[in-house]
Design a protein around this ligand. Structure first.
Ligand SMILES: OC[C@H]1O[C@H](O[C@H]2O[C@H](CO)[C@@H](O)[C@H](O)[C@H]2O)[C@H](O)[C@@H](O)[C@@H]1O
Ligand SMILES: [Ca+2]
Length: 572
């Protein structure tokens, strides 16, 4: 698929150059930039190794920014790159204001931000403040300080492990309790994740001050946004689940007020793995987070695909409350964690395990640790279909690195490492990721017969005009031509055939009709489009005019796993 002159025409008389000038101007002034963004998630260590030590680094990322610009993404979300013992891949932070030496220096980071901005790419980083590493000097100080002292009060301590018993355990495969005994402190400390990740104590106002200080450090360096990791768990209260508490929302409002006052235009993204009704408060009245992940939608997309029934998708979208105009959902198919099944019912979870984790090694905690391509049996049509939903549903799409190529995973690696292997750049040694001796790599690249780097890599896909990479590039370009995708309303159309999903996206004058077939067989659909009578659907990929919409049901035939995006051209 190539964008035609007609597509370029949408960018205005001067073509794409003018479009870029407009988007760069918007970057400077539009505080809602995140609504039109296409986000790319990657780990610094996994992307490109510039100095041949086997670990990806910031300079390597700078070298590969042209690739990302060419892909069309407009925002980079980086997993934690701070000093850390790396027992949770960097989500165990030992210093909030530094760079892990394996990845480079603060100066390298500054250069990355500048180089990304020069290409119209924004940078979002992690704010992991529910917990620190137990190696953080704050914790080392706290465990030695006497109970009741200011140093001790950075964390949550108890003489018993009986408190907050209604809080669930999140890392069920590793942890038996949210309390761990510290022989040095002679008390238990509270942790919602691994026992080496003690939770910070937000009852202590000094802790919020430290968080704002860290935020300021990175914001002053020019970062455009922060992903608030594990945000529902900031505050504890006896007799509750210790999730989504009013005190947590109060803290987020204070963080937001600080951002609005000192760094307007920077974005806060809530990682709240919760039901839609419980995520809604994270937007507040437009005074908490700008964005929040839509966790429950993601497993339902996979469920609908396997059931060949769109109902799970429609049902969760109906249960999704409206959000303030200044806010936005963050949508994803896969990320660096397991495909979490926390936000499905027990029956749905059983079904998902049955459908998507034939090998018990694929399960982790409450989820399935697999990448997109293997989840859909490497089916190109299914990958395109799921991405078409990702790019056309209301929200901002996030692409997980390597999924634009259909990279595979390695279920024999520990924890979630199987979905965090090196980016596959070429069929050369180490997948073109690093010049190090293979044994020195932080992780071996995928090298199996189907997904191995010899077959799946950037170089090969750039040379092949029908590759998934080219398809992704064109689909991203298409999405960026229509603001309705990022900003529009969504209306589901009733379709008798439950294998077909039809919805209309509208924004100002833009009206888009999307139709998708989640079945492996061709499907007919009769759409009641009478309220759009007179419009002419123009299929976006080929810019092909379809018959004008009349009063009669509009008949379409969809190929197996096929989808259409139509621009509805106004009646003359
Ligand atoms: O910092 C601890 C973890 O925080 C995030 O975790 C989330 O991931 C879990 C699944 O791995 C999920 O079940 C939970 O609801 C989330 O908060 C982060 O994305 C993890 O990588 C990290 O280990
Ligand atoms: Ca390196």
């Amino acid at each position: 698929m190539y964008l035609t002159d007609s597509h370029q025409g949408r960018a205005g008389p001067a073509g794409p150059g003018r479009h870029m000038a407009i988007s760069q101007r918007r970057r400077a002034v539009d505080p809602l930039w995140f609504k039109d963004a296409v986000i790319y998630e990657t780990h610094v260590k996994s992307f490109y190794d510039s100095n041949g030590d086997g670990v990806g680094d910031l300079r390597g990322l700078v070298e590969k920014l042209d690739y990302l610009q060419d892909l069309g993404i407009t925002c980079l979300w980086l997993l934690p790159f701070f000093p850390s013992p790396l027992r949770d891949d960097g989500y165990d932070i030992a210093d909030y204001k530094g760079i892990h030496p394996d990845y480079g220096t603060v100066d390298d980071f500054r250069q990355l931000v500048a180089a990304a901005h020069a290409r119209g790419i924004r940078v979002v980083v992690e704010l992991v403040v529910n917990h620190t590493s137990d190696q953080h000097p704050w914790f080392q100080r706290a465990r030695r300080a006497p109970p009741g002292s200011p140093e001790r009060a950075y964390y949550v301590w108890s003489d018993t492990d009986e408190r907050y018993r209604d809080a669930r355990i999140i890392f069920t495969d590793t942890e038996k309790s949210n309390w761990t005994w510290d022989p040095e402190a002679k008390q238990y400390y509270w942790h919602r994740f691994f026992s080496h990740q003690p939770d910070l104590n937000f009852e202590n106002a000094v802790v919020l001050g430290e968080v704002l200080d860290a935020l300021r450090f990175w914001a002053e360096m020019g970062v455009d946004g922060f992903r608030l990791d594990a945000v529902p768990y900031l505050v504890e209260q006896e007799g509750t689940s210790c999730e989504n508490l009013p005190g947590t929302h109060e803290l987020i409002r204070r963080i937001r007020a600080y951002v609005d006052q000192h760094f307007p235009g920077r974005m806060l993204l809530a990682e709240a793995n919760q039901w839609p009704a419980d995520v809604r408060p994270y937007f507040g009245e437009g005074d908490e987070c700008h964005m929040a992940f839509h966790f429950p939608l993601m497993p339902r997309i996979f469920m609908a695909l396997r059931l060949e029934d769109v109902e799970p998708i429609v049902e969760i979208m109906r249960r999704t409350p409206a959000i303030p105009d200044t806010c936005q959902w963050a949508l994803f198919l896969r990320n660096h964690d397991e495909l979490t099944l926390e936000m499905v019912t027990a029956d749905e979870r059983d079904y998902m395990y049955l459908a998507y984790s034939q090998d018990p090694r694929m399960k982790l905690n409450v989820g399935i640790r697999r990448r997109l391509a293997p989840l859909v049996d490497n089916s190109r049509r299914r990958m395109e279909l799921l991405n078409s939903l990702l790019f056309s549903f209301p929200g901002t799409p996030i692409v997980y690195y390597g999924d634009e190529l259909g990279m595979g995973d390695n279920i024999y690696l520990h924890d979630r490492n199987g979905v965090r292997t090196p980016m596959q750049w070429s069929p050369d040694r180490n997948a073109g990721f690093s010049r190090a001796d293979p044994g020195r790599l932080y992780s071996a690249p995928i090298s199996d017969a189907v997904y191995g780097y010899q077959a799946v890599n950037v170089e090969a896909q750039l040379r092949d005009p029908s590759s998934l990479l080219h398809w992704m590039r064109n689909t991203i370009a298409l999405r960026k031509l229509f603001r309705a995708f990022g900003r529009g309303t969504m209306e589901f159309l009733p379709v008798q055939n439950r294998k077909v999903l039809a919805y209309v996206r509208r924004h100002d004058e833009d009206v888009i009709l999307c139709v998708a077939n989640v079945s492996r067989f061709a499907q007919p659909a009769q759409l009641d489009l009478s309220h759009l009578e007179g419009y002419v659907p123009v299929e976006m990929v080929g810019y092909t005019e379809f018959p004008r919409i009349g009063r009669q049901p509009y008949a379409l035939t969809l190929a197996p796993y096929g989808y259409f995006w139509f621009e509805l051209r106004k009646p003359a």
